[in-house]
Design a protein around this ligand. Structure first.
Ligand code: MSP
Length: 524
């Protein structure tokens, strides 16, 4: 799409043998909302997710399941596709790191890095020997100083998983030579790492000095062979990070895909994998002479009723269950609204029900319901014909809804989902107050022309609310916009100012957000 507006957004690729949980759903949802919003706003969007399938952890899990790693990953890689389906994610591509296109890209990036010199004129990749601590769970190397004692004389990494001592020949990436280049990159690109606290964290980490990074392993087999030395397989993080360029067509850097989408506009990640994405990844890319991504945003972590989520505690939140219990769009809404994006958040049944019954059923649902059923009963079931906007407050209400797009665009460009939603709900509240104040049920007798104007203003507010919220709650907003009889080709933001056609016949109104009723309350 030469000259057009494009947007490339990615999720991390998920460890293929993990059970999909709320954390995975959250990261991908945040990307989905942006992808949908940017599409509505006229961008040519590429939204990528997928599975991370190599490494020692997968090899061990395959062995435990009595399968070859390839057969094992083939068997379970569908779990994350099922999650995407259950959450109504609109990804354009799903990458598996065991695919041929990815193996080609990884070997090419290795060669591109190896072929170039570091900023200090040394080989970017050299053969050495690694001796140190490794966490198989995190697939990460740790210094002694980062460890703490675990049970039975073991040592634990920062994430609480056991580390093991590893000694083997290894290729190293000359990360230490890239310190200055990285600092210059952060300096020149103030938006490249977000939010700001994370940016500061990364800068001080890099300022503290960088050590060369072991990027190959020889003691297990499940990985991509190092070109030219097949006794080694590539470090799984170099392999995994490369997925973002694979999906853009790398190594075909002259191809349409790469030229259209790279550098990526946004890598969305959790805070635990910030260093990989904002230190190692831009260094690998610069070393291979590829531009780093424009932005990496690290979001916070969810806890469950105040407790850290972990398999051993048994409090993992299953997104499939959440959707069954509360409905898909309420779950999508809750995750994006409840927590300032970037902060940690707590999932609780109470908070979920509060949002569902409060914001959705009472505020928005009720607004739509009272306006649309009033029109069905008293307005002939058609879009009302407005008279003049006589009163200043009508202008104010309509103007607030009109400005909404600008606000939401600005907030979403900063990944401030909750603020974007706050702005929408301000308009919802203004509209609800407007209904109360204008009391169309009184105007019906006293001034039917004004009643029609008031109802029209409200329909217009609902149209604009619905247009924006399609990115967050696509199915529910489809229902809402259907009830306004809004033609499909005017459901994009290009049609923001295209007001409803008076006299259009409206379908019979139906509720959008059923209230959540507690099971015991139902029984009693
Ligand atoms: N495979 C690597 C990523 C490679 S990307 C080149 C990986 N996978 S993961 O499946 O363990 O994690 C994927 C994402 O889920 C991370 O962004 C992580 O932060 C997120 N979450 C995992 N648990 C989470 C919570 N409890 N809350 C929010 N997000 C969390 O890391």
């Amino acid at each position: 799409m030469p000259g057009g507006k494009t947007y490339y957004v990615t999720t991390p690729i998920y460890y293929v043998n993990d059970e999909p949980h709320i954390g995975h759903a959250y990261t991908t949802l945040a990307c989905d909302v942006l992808a949908r919003f940017m599409r509505l706003d006229g961008y040519d969007v590429k939204f990528l997710t997928g599975t991370d399938e190599h490494g020692q952890k997968v090899e061990k899990a395959a062995a435990a399941a009595g399968l070859e790693p390839q057969a094992f990953t083939d068997k379970i890689s569908g779990n994350f596709r099922s999650l995407a389906k259950a959450m109504n994610f609109s990804n354009d591509d799903f990458i598996r790191t065991t695919e041929a296109r990815h193996i080609t890209a990884c070997q090419a990036i290795w060669q591109a890095i190896a072929a170039r010199k570091s900023p200090l004129g040394r080989d970017n990749i050299y053969l050495g020997k690694y001796a140190g601590w490794y966490s198989v769970r995190d697939e990460a190397f740790y210094d002694e100083g980062e460890l703490r004692p675990g049970p039975g004389g073991t040592k634990l990494g920062p994430s609480g998983d056991e580390v093991e001592w590893v000694e083997e020949p290894s290729y190293f990436f000359r990360l230490s030579d890239w310190q200055e280049a990285l600092l210059e990159f952060y300096e020149a690109n103030p938006d490249a790492v977000a939010p700001n606290t994370r940016r500061n964290e990364v800068i001080s980490f890099v300022k503290g000095g960088l050590k060369d990074l072991s990027i190959s392993r020889t003691t297990f087999k499940w990985g991509i062979p190092v070109p030219g030395d097949e006794a080694h397989i590539m470090y799984v993080w170099l392999d995994a990070l490369t997925n973002y360029v694979t999906a853009a067509g790398y190594p075909d850097t002259e191809g349409a895909d790469f030229r259209t989408y790279w550098p990526a506009d946004l890598h969305m990640v959790g805070k635990d994998i910030l260093r990989f994405h904002t230190v190692y990844w831009p260094a690998f890319l610069m070393a291979a002479d590829i531009a780093p991504p424009k932005r990496v945003f690290a979001h916070g972590w969810w806890t469950n009723e105040g407790q850290k989520i972990s398999k051993s505690v048994g409090n993992v939140i299953d997104p499939f269950e959440l959707v069954k219990t509360y409905g898909l769009d309420p779950v999508r809404y809750f995750l994006m609204r409840e927590v300032p994006f970037g902060n940690d958040g707590d999932f609780s049944h109470r908070a979920m029900v509060h949002r569902l019954n409060g914001d959705l059923a009472n505020d928005l649902g009720n607004l739509a319901q009272r306006v649309l059923s009033f029109i069905a009963k008293n307005g002939g079931g058609v879009v009302p014909t407005p008279g003049a906007f006589a009163q200043a407050d009508e202008w104010a209400g309509a103007a607030a809804a009109g400005k909404l797009l600008e606000t939401v665009r600005r907030e979403l460009s900063q990944q401030a989902y909750n603020k974007a939603l706050d702005a929408v709900w301000e308009v919802v509240a203004t509209a609800n107050r407007y209904v109360d104040e204008q009391a169309p049920w009184k105007l019906r007798k006293s001034d039917p022309a004004r009643m029609a104007t008031v109802l029209y203003v409200l329909c217009e507010a609902l149209r604009r609310i619905g247009l924006i919220l399609q990115a967050f709650m696509p199915m529910a907003m489809d229902k809402l916009l259907n009830q306004l009889a809004l033609p499909a080709d005017t459901r994009t933001l290009a049609a923001w100012d295209r007001a409803l056609e008076p006299g259009t016949t409206l379908p019979a109104p139906e509720g959008i957000f059923p209230r959540y009723v507690e099971k015991d309350a139902e029984a009693g």
